[in-house]
Design a binder for this molecule. Sequence first.
Ligand SMILES: N[C@@H](CCC(=O)N[C@@H](CS)C(=O)NCC(=O)O)C(=O)O
Length: 223
Amino acid sequence: MNLTLIYLDNPFWRIELARIPLFIGDISFDDKRITLEEFRSAKETGFLKDGTKLPFHQIPCLVVDGVPIAQTGAIARFCGKLSGLYPSEDSISCALIDQFIDFVTDLTNLVYIPSNSPLTEDEKIQHRRILAEGELKRKLDMLEDNISVNQTWIVGKEMTIADIAIWRGIGWLASDLVAGIPQPYFVNYPKITKIFKNVDNHPKICEWVRKTYPSNYNRGYIE
Ligand SMILES: N[C@@H](CCC(=O)N[C@@H](CS)C(=O)NCC(=O)O)C(=O)O
């Protein structure tokens, strides 16, 4: 099977949810990292320079034997099944994993401000400060409430794509990439922090980070 993953040259959670399972599963894939300029053009046209179609003019995109597939969750499940990080024979675990991936989508939609937003930089910061004390906090309190103290992974007894979604999604919110969220933000979330650290210390995750992340990359201020 010929696999190409398309995204920008950064480790945002939407794409790491596909790259990392394939890496862990030792499944060969083309890690295609496009420029911002090519992305901007593909948003308009729906095509990359090489003619690859992006179904909804969005990334990530996974191309399987020439068939382009969009949507973070669909791509993550495909890669998770191939690599054993999505237990497709266990419907309840799958649904629970899906719920956490969709939850990270909700967090992203809450905090993300599109590049064409009319808000000034100061207004964006102010908007996120309000979120950090309000709706974002409310959502993270719920996530914390859904994890028990003795849990190692977010679903079941093994690391799954849900843990990778939490790790990179929370890592993004805990980094300096989202201006306006006061850091450190996760001090009152010991159970989320524990899941984050378990993923962050997983040997294959450490290997992937060493191999692909810039050496000074901020994976999140989480102590
Ligand atoms: N629903 C999509 C959303 C993906 C998305 O918003 N990707 C951004 C880049 S991180 C993008 O392509 N934005 C351009 C656009 O939406 O036109 C998914 O789950 O993958």
